[in-house]
Design a protein around this ligand. Structure first.
Ligand SMILES: Cc1cc2nc3c(=O)[nH]c(=O)nc-3n(C[C@H](O)[C@H](O)[C@H](O)COP(=O)(O)OP(=O)(O)OC[C@H]3O[C@@H](n4cnc5c(N)ncnc54)[C@H](O)[C@@H]3O)c2cc1C
Length: 271
């Protein structure tokens, strides 16, 4: 849609060129959300494409993903065989309510910064113990664990003007075994639950997303029995702590969460 409140589009070559920040400014990544509805409070878009950050940088320490990496680029990434959890990347790209047009425009950073419960890049990076690098407008870069970035539905820890620069998925997490479960009320619809388990040496890291407003993670140093897992989830997420929307009631999402969590536990325990 045309955004008729926009009076200026800035195209910086470097983020340092944006020294001042004021209400009415917005970073523009793929624009798939920004151009999908009126933006009454926005008069200036600051296009991130001119920053030309390399989309994907694999190294011995892991995979660095630029915030401006498109979903299609991430999907096409070919990982080394020792990164056993790498297929999770494609599983999460496929958990988007999105056509190929969205895949080619939408960015990993845009998805994370939208901070919707059904943001599959949030699920991916939280489950793989990602670390985000944030660039404040007036301070030193800071790092935050992916699981701590989103604080609620469409809410996160970004300060005004703060930029998500990149995401590091550590090689140690990419090397783990994983199990993935996902449900949506409609085929290719918005996620009702996206749950991932990863396992190093006999442990379990369980990441619950989409069913809850923000990611919730559980770590068990040893694989728990079914009852202990269920008890831990119920103790941390009350019945009204699930995300209630048109894509599923809180009760439905609780059911999916407990059902999938047990499937993941059993699958990784058998492995
Ligand atoms: C038909 C349709 C289906 C959709 N389905 C889904 C879905 O299933 N799940 C889902 O989560 N979303 C969905 N969305 C919402 C949105 O399209 C996605 O979240 C998308 O990934 C946003 O990425 P983008 O690059 O297009 O972001 P943009 O639209 O460019 O930006 C989104 C927001 O993030 C900010 N932003 C972008 N990049 C940065 C950065 N690096 N640092 C700081 N702030 C930044 C922008 O200022 C803006 O506020 C859907 C939208 C449409 C229209």
């Amino acid at each position: 849609m045309n955004l008729n409140t926009i009076t200026e589009v800035k195209r910086p070559q470097s983020a340092d060129q944006i020294t001042q920040w004021r209400p009415g400014y917005a970073w523009l990544a793929g624009g798939t959300w920004l151009f999908s509805e009126p933006q009454f409070g926005t008069d200036t878009l600051i296009d991130l494409q001119g920053l030309r950050w390399p989309a994907l940088t694999p190294s011995a320490s892991g995979l660095e993903i630029a915030a401006t990496c498109h979903i299609a680029e991430l999907f096409a990434f070919s990982a080394p065989p020792e990164w056993r959890a790498a297929p999770l990347i494609r599983d999460c790209c496929n958990a988007f309510l999105a056509s190929f047009k969205i895949w080619n425009a939408s960015t990993v950073g845009g998805n994370i910064c939208m901070s919707l419960p059904a943001g599959p890049m949030i699920s991916l990076t939280a489950a793989l113990e990602g670390v985000y690098t944030l660039w404040p407008r007036d301070g030193a870069p800071r790092e935050v664990a992916a699981v701590d970035f989103v604080t609620g539905d469409n809410a996160n820890i970004l300060a005004p003007g703060e930029l998500l620069r990149s995401i590091l998925l550590p090689a140690s997490a990419l090397s783990k075994r994983f199990a993935f479960r996902h449900a949506s009320m409609t085929k290719l619809g918005r996620s009702a639950a996206l749950i991932v388990g990863t396992q190093g040496e006999g442990d379990l890291l369980l990441t619950i997303t989409a069913a809850t407003p923000r990611p919730i993670q559980f770590y068990f140093p040893e694989m728990p029995p079914a009852t202990a897992l269920r008890r831990a989830i119920d103790a941390r997420i009350p019945a009204d702590g699930y995300f209630n929307d048109v894509h599923g009631s809180a009760a439905y999402k609780r059911h999916l969460t407990l059902y999938f969590a047990e499937q993941i536990r059993a699958e990784l325990a058998a492995a």
